[in-house]
Design a protein around this ligand. Structure first.
Ligand code: PLP
Ligand code: COI
Length: 342
């Protein structure tokens, strides 16, 4: 079968692929689950996922290597994060084996949709865990659906490695100090839709949120974590209990220190002290590494390295990370999980 897709210009859009994986949790256990061609979920109108937001999701990618193989980047970390999110929302954990085998089965079944090595695209996988069933009180569901679907994607932010502008949200927080900011739950994203729309309408790629308690420190971007490179060659990324523990961010902290020889720091990023950074970026599975040209903070507009060029250290981090993901650079032990097609 020849698939008619413009691999070079994918963007980040839903595409209905032939197969997805679905399993149900009933009577205290997960069923084995199976691949299905049915892209519609069937659930009770009273499902807690719909009313009280008892749901969680993940995002990870499968990459085509130069030799045509397909590989996943740290899928066990996504499984572990979904387990933590599940604990926070009183949902049953999806065991790592079930998570990873579900992801691999979806990649394998849709392997023709993994973009070519040269395209710059990848296959984005969206695992989703939802509380379902006939419950109307505010209480955890007794039944759950875990599904994994996929689609080929390109850049999340327009321009990929071309720097873009971001704006600090002064009117809205993404998370509460002791809320669900560190969990990958849909509610965090529902709350970000309005500030996100206002930012896009004003020409910015996304919103930068400040810490909800003091509004003095950068937390993260609506759809990615934040990092900065100081003039003293430190890789700095915010430390906060209300940001999403980004797998890309932790990978970059490691690579910055062990491959680039930078000092890697998780700490405070004070919004009034952006001058200490020579480069900055957003990082995440969808965002990959997206250089930040400038940040609008009220009337202040702060430019980092350049409004048009990616900074040299950001470029090196990108080459290292993407090189590992696509199989061109030797990966640290355990970071790459191959998908066998037969
Ligand atoms: N922060 C937010 C709010 C996100 O949605 C994402 C995307 O998953 C990230 C950070 C980056 O996390 P990861 O690198 O695990 O994809
Ligand atoms: C991801 O990078 O996987 C995310 O979940 C970000 C998303 C909001 C598109």
């Amino acid at each position: 079968m020849t698939i008619d897709i413009d691999w070079e210009n994918l963007g980040f859009n839903y595409m209905k692929l032939p197969y997805r994986f679905v399993t149900h949790y009933k009577n205290g256990q997960w069923e084995a689950g199976q691949l299905t061609e049915d892209a519609t979920l069937h659930l009770s109108e009273s499902s807690p996922a719909l009313h009280y937001g008892q749901q969680a999701f993940e995002g990870l990618k499968a990459y085509r290597t130069k030799s045509g193989d397909i590989q996943l980047f740290r899928p066990d970390e996504n499984a572990a994060r979904l387990q933590k999110t599940a604990d926070r929302l009183m949902m049953p954990q999806v065991p790592t084996d079930l998570f990873v085998s579900a992801v691999k089965s979806v990649v394998k079944a849709n392997h023709e949709y993994v973009p070519p090595y040269t395209s710059g695209g990848s296959l984005y996988l969206r695992p989703l865990l939802i509380g379902v069933g006939d419950i109307i009180g505010v209480q955890p569901a007794q039944e759950y659906i875990f599904t994994v679907f996929a689609m080929p994607v390109g850049s999340y932010f327009k321009g990929g490695l071309t720097p873009t502008n971001f704006i600090v949200s002064r009117d809205f927080d993404r998370a509460a100090p002791h809320g669900t900011g560190a969990a990958k739950v849909g509610g965090n994203y529902a709350g970000s839709l309005l500030p996100g729309k206002q930012a896009h309408d004003a020409g910015y790629s996304d919103v930068i949120y400040l810490d909800p308690a003091t509004h003095t420190k950068i937390e993260e971007v609506g759809s990615a974590n934040f990092f900065g490179i100081t003039k003293d060659n430190e890789f700095v990324t915010p430390l906060s209990p209300s940001i999403l523990p980004s797998i890309t961010k932790y990978s970059l902290l490691y690579l910055a220190e062990h491959r680039l020889g930078l000092k890697a720091i998780e700490g405070d990023v004070v919004i009034a002290d952006l001058d200490r950074f020579s480069e900055a970026g957003a990082c995440g599975t969808a965002a990959v590494i997206s250089p930040i040209a400038g940040i609008q903070n009220g009337d202040d507009y702060h430019v980092f390295y350049s409004e048009t060029e990616v900074g040299p250290i950001t470029q090196k981090l990108y080459d290292e990370l993407v090189g590992i993901q696509k199989g061109d650079v030797l990966a640290p032990e355990g970071w790459i999980d191959k998908v066998e097609l037969d």
